[in-house]
Design a protein around this ligand. Structure first.
Ligand SMILES: Cc1ncc(COP(=O)(O)O)c(C=O)c1O
Length: 380
């Protein structure tokens, strides 16, 4: 049987990984500054994480949401402690797109409205409502285009109010730092306006933290830099360090009702154990606090590279913008220097999404390689 061919692949076959390094089937070591798309938070195969999942598997790997699972409460308490969002309530699922689906559905239940406001360059996933609020027609099938979505630019408060005052919108969904879209951030003024206008016109504000959450941006959630209270927060990627788990945090204003949301796999024992292990390590190794110094070091080194036009992002959700498309440069980095980096819908941007255990020395390796790669490309 052939694989359904939807992914353009690099010619690399990783077979094992440790912390910030990935090893291929020829035992070549790659520095992972992509983190499998911002997923690896506490480093590959962290011993505490591996042990916790193994222990759980020996006890009980899975049971559905028809029984009591105390690990879900343990996870909720740990997220509450580290995010300081003690009053929010947790619903668990398995992927980022599923978190978005549940967030939008909940907003629609809560407001009894259908329309959604999303933003230019937004990426929220590939399933039904998630892809409809993603600003990329090429991945949006006719079926998904039935959803009523208005795309607005960030930072246009008048346009936002014009739309919201129709009182037809169940939600405004935003990324505090755009991921796939290329690391743009709405202004603080606009973030406050989103919060107050949603309150004024009865819409829900959804912060999509699928990529930026779990400490990656320097605060537990990226939006928390701005002291707002969204109605719903979505999370996934870094939450499980590779184990598929996602979730939403729901403001106490929104009340739960049996059957309103549900899933077979979400919040299973193994997934909860994986995420609890992630939170243990984030706390124990103070990874979130360390992102600030790493971001500064990254910025200092980036400024010394003449080809870099702009340094983007925050914490360990970073990018370098050039005045040319970076596909060839990224290939040179991976095949010659053995460094994984990320791309984005902005073709001139290299994204850096390393495990949060990355060190300054790894950035030094990257910048030395980048300089060599740029010199080689210029010479050709
Ligand atoms: C901000 C954001 N939201 C949602 C998603 C969808 O997550 P998943 O691929 O787990 O469905 C992504 C994935 O890249 C994302 O970056």
């Amino acid at each position: 049987m052939k694989l359904f061919d939807v992914y353009p692949l690099y010619e690399v076959t990783p077979v094992r990984a440790k912390d910030v390094y990935v090893y291929d089937n020829n035992d070549i070591e790659y520095l992972d500054l992509y983190g499998g798309h911002a997923v690896i938070s506490i480093g590959h195969s962290h011993p505490h994480y591996v042990q916790k999942i193994k222990n759980q598997l020996d006890q009980l790997g899975f049971y559905s949401n028809a029984i009591k699972n105390p690990l879900q409460q343990q996870l909720a308490d740990a997220i509450g402690e580290q995010s300081c969002l003690h009053d929010y309530e947790l619903f668990l699922c398995s992927t980022g797109a599923e978190a978005i689906e549940n967030a939008l559905k909940l907003a629609s239940f809560h407001t009894q409205r259908k329309k959604v406001i999303a933003f230019h360059n937004a990426f929220h996933g590939r399933t039904s409502a998630a892809v409809a609020v993603t600003d990329n027609l090429s991945i949006n099938a006719p079926l998904n285009q039935q959803q009523e979505v208005t795309f607005l630019p960030y930072n246009n408060i008048d346009a936002l109010e014009e739309a919201l005052k129709t009182e037809a919108y169940c939600a405004v969904i935003f990324e505090a730092i755009q991921g796939v879209g290329g690391l743009d951030q709405p202004s603080e003024e606009f973030i406050f306006a989103m919060e107050s206008l949603c309150e004024k016109y009865g819409s829900c504000l959804i912060a999509d933290e699928v990529q930026s959450g779990f400490g990656r941006s320097g605060t537990f959630f990226a939006y928390q830099q701005h002291k707002i209270n969204p109605h719903i927060i979505t999370m996934a990627k870094g939450m499980g360090n590779g184990f598929p788990i996602g979730g939403i945090l729901v403001h106490p204003q929104i009340k739960a009702k049996y059957g309103m949301l549900g899933t077979t796999f979400g919040g299973n024992h193994l997934a909860c154990s994986a995420s609890i292990a992630v939170l243990d390590v984030l706390k124990e190794e103070r990874l979130q606090e360390k992102t600030k110094a790493l971001e500064e070091h990254f910025g200092e080194r980036a400024q010394q590279i003449p080809g870099v036009k702009k340094i983007k992002g925050r914490g360990l959700m970073l990018g370098l913008e050039f005045d040319f498309e970076v596909a060839t440069l990224r290939k040179e980095l991976i095949y010659t220097h053995h460094i994984f980096t990320g791309g984005s819908s902005n073709k001139k941007l290299i994204r850096i999404l390393p495990p949060l255990t990355v060190k300054e020395k790894h950035f030094d390796l990257f910048f030395d390689a980048l300089q060599l790669a740029l010199t080689k490309l210029e010479a050709n």
